[in-house]
Design a binder for this molecule. Structure first.
Ligand SMILES: Nc1nc2c(c(=O)[nH]1)N[C@H]1C(S)=C(S)[C@@H](COP(=O)(O)O)O[C@H]1N2
Ligand SMILES: [Mo]
Length: 396
């Protein structure tokens, strides 16, 4: 196999230079995170803290805790005292409102462990042209760690969901950016069917350990496959609603995509937007890194990556080294469980020395494939999932 040497990213044209719209944030050289227990993730914002996982750090089958991306909307709350005594409330359209501690939760309901995707609704935003409002994620607002907790469905059943229940509303303990504690920083929810899905968890462990503070200690929701904004950290309350939830982050252009395509860069109409539910199909090449230089004579490249598709499985991943003229199928592994990402591997030929772009394109179990450029432009940039591209130089 070819040897992988130093990155030459800076000396090559940006990925997809042929695509005028694509200037990956990484090319600008992001500031790197310095935090105990965390890898040097790429900082996209520091107030609130937002950091994404570089593609080459997304290579593990199970995302290690230190490599999981971070997305806060407000401040990190003070979480002190006995984690097991932390209480969450279930109220609203239920027969018996519950106030239950993390300790009781873990002992009263079956504990389950799954590898579950957590993906920011804005993942891929940087691929939109013109630029959409918000953190300029490339593909690193996503990870697939192992979560342990109880099923939200079991807890809701114990409270007795009324026929009038339509939607959940989630509340965390984090103060707003301005430091207010009397109003929610963000409060999103999901339709009852998603709340009752067996992989939707109230989680208290991440990769077998207590959830670190930055990821929602001591207890958080994990609503896999949907925008992670519903996966409330520092969980305090689940309000079962008799209508679609209307907390901060539910209205306007937030986590919504146009029902009919709008002119890129236009204002759009709030009334023409629909809530983004299942996340779109995406692939990320995790090895080699973008900008890899291969030694002279290298004629093969064994690459690998992950692909996932919200509520759906990955059917195929195709690789091209000639700007999409020809494609070759990658090998795609089954997911560890539903809502886990899938490993793909491919051995590709590099017929001559020189410059290549390697493209990966995943297709999901509904037959939906990644577009060549971020499609369905929207003001806040959701659903940007163009084919993944890396640059490789074979020295002569
Ligand atoms: N309480 C609370 N929960 C939250 C958020 C937040 O700001 N406050 N951010 C959400 C968003 S937008 C994302 S993408 C995920 C990120 O989870 P992570 O930081 O553990 O990766 O948390 C979600 N849960
Ligand atoms: Mo997010």
């Amino acid at each position: 196999m070819a040897t992988v040497g130093a990155s030459v990213g800076a000396s090559l044209p940006p990925v997809g230079a042929a695509f005028a719209q694509s200037t990956p944030a990484a090319a600008k050289g992001p500031k790197l995170l310095e935090m105990d227990g965390k890898a040097k993730l790429a900082i996209l914002g520091d107030k609130p803290l937002v950091a994404e996982t570089q593609a080459e750090l997304m290579d593990d089958d199970v995302t290690p805790t230190d490599k999981l991306f971070i997305r806060n909307n407000g401040q990190v709350p003070d979480v002190t005292g006995d984690a097991k005594a932390w209480k969450i409330k279930i109220d609203g359209e239920v027969n018996t409102p519950l106030e239950i501690s993390v300790g009781e939760l873990a002992s009263r309901f079956p504990n389950v462990t799954y590898n579950l995707m957590l993906e920011c609704g804005g993942n891929g935003r940087s691929f939109f042209a013109p630029e959409a409002r918000g953190n300029q994620w490339t593909n690193g607002g996503a990870g697939c760690p192992q979560w342990t907790g109880v099923r939200l469905a079991d807890v809701l059943k114990a409270a007795g969901v009324k026929p009038s229940a339509v939607y959940t509303g989630h509340y965390g303990a984090d103060p707003t950016l301005a430091g207010e504690t009397d109003k929610p920083t963000i409060s999103r929810g999901v339709p009852m069917a998603k709340a009752m899905e067996e992989h939707t968890l109230i989680a208290f462990k991440l990769n077998g350990q207590d959830i670190p503070l930055i990821h929602g200690a001591p207890v958080r929701l994990v609503v896999p496959g949907w925008p992670a904004s519903a996966s409330t950290k520092w969980l305090k309350r689940i309000w079962v609603r008799d209508k679609e939830h209307d907390g901060p982050g539910m209205g306007g252009f937030s986590y919504r995509v146009p029902k009919t395509p709008i002119v890129p860069g236009s204002k759009g109409n709030e009334k023409d937007m629909a809530i983004l539910e299942s996340m779109p199909v995406r692939s990320v090449i995790t090895f080699p890194a973008d900008g890899t230089r291969l030694a002279a004579g290298a004629r093969k490249l064994d690459l690998r990556g992950h692909a996932w598709a919200g509520d759906y499985d990955i059917k195929t991943v195709d690789i091209s080294t000639d700007y999409g003229v020809t494609w070759k199928s990658a090998k795609v592994n089954p997911p560890a469980n539903k809502f886990a990402w899938q490993r793909f591997t491919a051995s590709i030929d590099l017929p001559t020395a020189g410059y290549y772009e390697v493209w990966a394109r995943a297709t999901d179990s509904k037959g939906v494939t990644q577009p060549f450029a971020a499609a369905n432009w929207n003001p806040q940039g959701y659903g940007g999932n163009p084919i993944n591209r890396i640059r490789v130089l074979v020295e002569s």
